[in-house]
Design a protein around this ligand. Structure first.
Ligand code: AMP
Ligand code: MG
Length: 350
């Protein structure tokens, strides 16, 4: 399949043509990748089961992993049976933004989209490009991240092209994703609501709406039989670079000491190694390709750079990546959730 790649600029005539072409493709059952503030999404008409099936094929996504529907308005009564009071408060406060609510779906939403669940995740993104496209498509758009399943999510259009060129109809570029990790998912079909996936909207922010909102217990450990994650997608290895990623967690100076030791060992055996750290620690390593994710005082910056940096490590063709762990509060919870999965839970506590 020929994929058209087009970038939104500030030239209104060119942009108009891009939106019209892409909107038409979506209406006719095709696939369009587009930027959002979390990560790039791969969109299809959420109400057209044939169109949605194409997403699963293009990504190689397991069919039991439901999609999130993207809308351009807070008015969602046509899609869901009921919006409980707490869900409405969450929507009013955080939409448009990096927050997905799980609600009971109406039959208009095909089972392929919800992976046979009777619930559905819905989000109104806060990207002008995404909102315009959804509006023009005149349909709710199912959109998982625009990567081959299992790979780090794209936050730059070049990464969508890398993964999806030839597999989708259209790829729209024009901005990098600012948040850098996927949306926070809150299950509002249970009381109190449960956070199924941490993201840019933090647990602390949600607790201001309802202090009883909690994390899915399965998020606190490696998925196992006792604690199966309630979001089907959270059980898969995910976000992973080709290189083997290992997380080193503990007091800063100790993690630096241990990373220096491990790097020597890897290099002695003829391997190339990347080290992911913060601006503050950049010159504390003796060997290896040292890369900063951002300042230790700015977790938002670290989240924004996370997936792109994992992909850059693959560009460097290293065999191993060693990454310092982060505190698991605020956005740090989302960062560590993605890192743990990308590492297949290879975590060394020192
Ligand atoms: P992605 O689109 O790649 O960001 O993945 C969407 C995530 O949302 C996956 O982890 C899904 O399992 C989760 N998800 C989507 N719909 C539901 C739902 N109805 N109930 C629970 N989790 C969901
Ligand atoms: Mg994804």
């Amino acid at each position: 399949m020929d994929t058209i790649v087009a970038k939104i600029t500030n030239d209104s005539l060119t942009d108009k043509k891009i939106y019209e072409q892409a909107g038409k493709i979506l209406r006719e059952g095709g696939l369009v990748a587009f930027p959002t503030e979390t990560v790039y999404g791969l969109g299809a008409n959420a109400l057209d089961d044939e169109a949605v099936k194409k997403i699963f094929i293009a990504k190689g996504r397991p069919q039991d992993n439901p999609l999130i529907i993207h809308v351009s308005t807070k008015e969602i009564s046509g899609l869901v049976k009921d919006v409980p009071e707490v869900a409405q408060k969450i929507i009013d406060k955080f939409w448009p933004g990096p927050l997905t609510v799980i609600l009971e779906k109406k039959d208009i939403i095909p089972n392929v989209t919800s992976a046979n669940l009777n619930t559905i995740g819905i989000r109104m993104p806060n990207s002008e490009i995404a909102l315009k496209l959804i509006e023009l498509a005149e349909r709710p758009i199912a959109a998982p991240s625009a990567n081959i399943s299992g790979r780090p999510s794209p936050t730059e259009v070049e990464r969508c092209v890398e993964d999806l060129n030839g597999r989708v109809d259209y790829i729209i570029g024009g901005e990098s994703s600012d948040i850098g990790v996927e949306s926070t998912i809150v299950d509002c079909t249970v009381n109190p609501p449960l956070v199924l996936r941490p993201g840019g909207i933090t647990l602390e922010m949600l607790k201001e709406i309802n202090p009883e909102i909690e994390l899915d217990k399965a998020l606190k450990s490696k998925p196992n039989d006792d604690f199966k994650p309630k979001a089907p997608g959270m059980k898969y290895k995910h976000y992973a670079p080709n290189a083997h990623l290992k997380i080193i967690k503990g007091k800063n100076e100790k993690t630096i000491e241990i990373i220096n030791e491990i790097v020597e060992n890897y290099i002695e055996k003829g391997n190339d190694v990347a080290i992911l750290t913060t601006n503050e620690n950049l010159n504390k390593f003796n060997n290896g390709k040292v890369i900063s994710l951002g300042s230790e005082n700015d977790l938002k910056e670290i989240a924004k750079n996370l997936f792109e940096t994992l992909r850059k490590c693959d560009d460097l063709r290293v065999q191993y990546i060693l990454c310092q762990g982060f505190e698991e509060n605020g956005v740090g919870l989302a960062i560590m959730n993605r890192l743990n999965k990308a590492a297949g839970y290879d975590i060394l506590e020192v």
